[in-house]
Design a protein around this ligand. Structure first.
Ligand SMILES: [Zn+2]
Ligand SMILES: [Zn+2]
Length: 307
């Protein structure tokens, strides 16, 4: 079994040796997530939803291979460098209209994969919207990126989000990380400025024992010292919660300063933990945290009806 470093031990390491980021691997990012969703769907109370999302994530992997968004303009990158800002901030980004065609292709894959009738209906409605009212679809995409839950249709939102994930994962996967500013604002993705979904404690190589936050949009991972609130950066009043008798290596990291939590997955207990999939498959832990008076720091990108 791998040894997990304590906070002090990690800090005493040469910081330059810990990679700050991990950009998504284009060939496998969604395929790995889909496989994990299928695995987790066995014996899970949310099995039907996890299997539907696995089909959506399969479709993401398929369309990603043929999709290429226009690169970030050079002046935008140098502005981000100069001000220490994420270079491809999703909110306010000039999206190429091609993303709507990519969404339609994804919906066709999902609808053709034998999904239950209500899901097929949502796909058909969204496809119609893409063809007949692109302005309304763009408005919905803006609301999804800004997590304005009240302004989105909760059944359509995961599909819109999935297309936006493909768009930004494509950008992040082709990004030269030497172009990232040396410092980044706390709490958001250094590439696209979206919120993390959860964090993982990695094993192996230079990342061994280090904790990485996982972007809900572009799938980038970035380093954050352990026993630190990923929402407000406090290091006091951090506690770890888990379901009694539940699987090992899954905890909720809570903060008594801001009263929020995010889940943390330990790869030394299960190397296949995948932030988006495992977060979605562990809703009972969210129920427990709600009962203990903590709020989720941010939502799961594939679930818009929260428990
Ligand atoms: Zn990101
Ligand atoms: Zn906090």
């Amino acid at each position: 079994m791998q040894r997990i470093l304590s906070r002090g031990e990690i800090e005493s390491l040469d910081h330059t040796a810990i990679p700050r980021f991990g950009l998504p691997v284009r060939a496998t990012v969604f395929a790995d997530r889909a496989a994990r969703l299928r695995h987790l769907a066995q014996d899970n109370p949310a099995s039907a939803y996890l299997l539907l999302m696995a089909k959506l994530v399969d479709a993401q992997q398929r369309v990603l291979s043929g999709f290429s968004a226009p690169e970030a303009p050079a002046e935008r990158l140098s502005l981000a460098q100069a001000h220490g800002m994420p270079p491809m901030q999703a909110i306010g980004w000039q999206r190429d209209p091609a993303w709507r065609g990519m969404l339609v292709a994804m919906l066709d894959h999902v609808a053709g994969a034998g999904v239950p009738e209500p899901a097929a209906k949502v796909c058909a409605q969204l496809k119609r919207l893409a063809h007949e009212d692109s302005a309304a679809l763009e408005t919905m995409a803006d609301a999804v990126l800004a997590e304005r839950d009240g302004e989105v249709d909760s059944a359509m939102a995961p599909f819109v989000m999935a297309a936006l994930q493909v768009y930004w994962t494509d950008l992040a996967g082709r990004f030269d990380e030497r172009q990232l500013p040396v410092v980044s604002p706390f709490g958001v993705c250094p590439v696209c400025a979206s919120l993390p979904v959860a964090s993982v404690v990695r094993i192996g190589g230079q990342r061994d024992g280090c904790r990485y936050l996982c972007c809900s949009l572009c799938s980038t991972q970035w380093h954050l010292v352990r026993v630190t609130c990923s929402h407000c950066e406090q290091t006091e009043g951090i506690a770890y919660h888990s379901i009694e008798g539940g699987p090992e290596g899954i905890k909720a990291e809570s903060c008594d300063h801001c009263h929020t939590y995010r889940k943390i997955f330990y790869h030394d207990k299960d190397q296949y933990f995948e932030a988006v999939a495992d977060d979605l498959a562990t809703l009972p832990l969210d129920v427990l945290m709600g009962e203990e008076g903590y709020l989720r720091a941010s939502a799961n990108p594939l679930l818009w009806q929260h428990p």
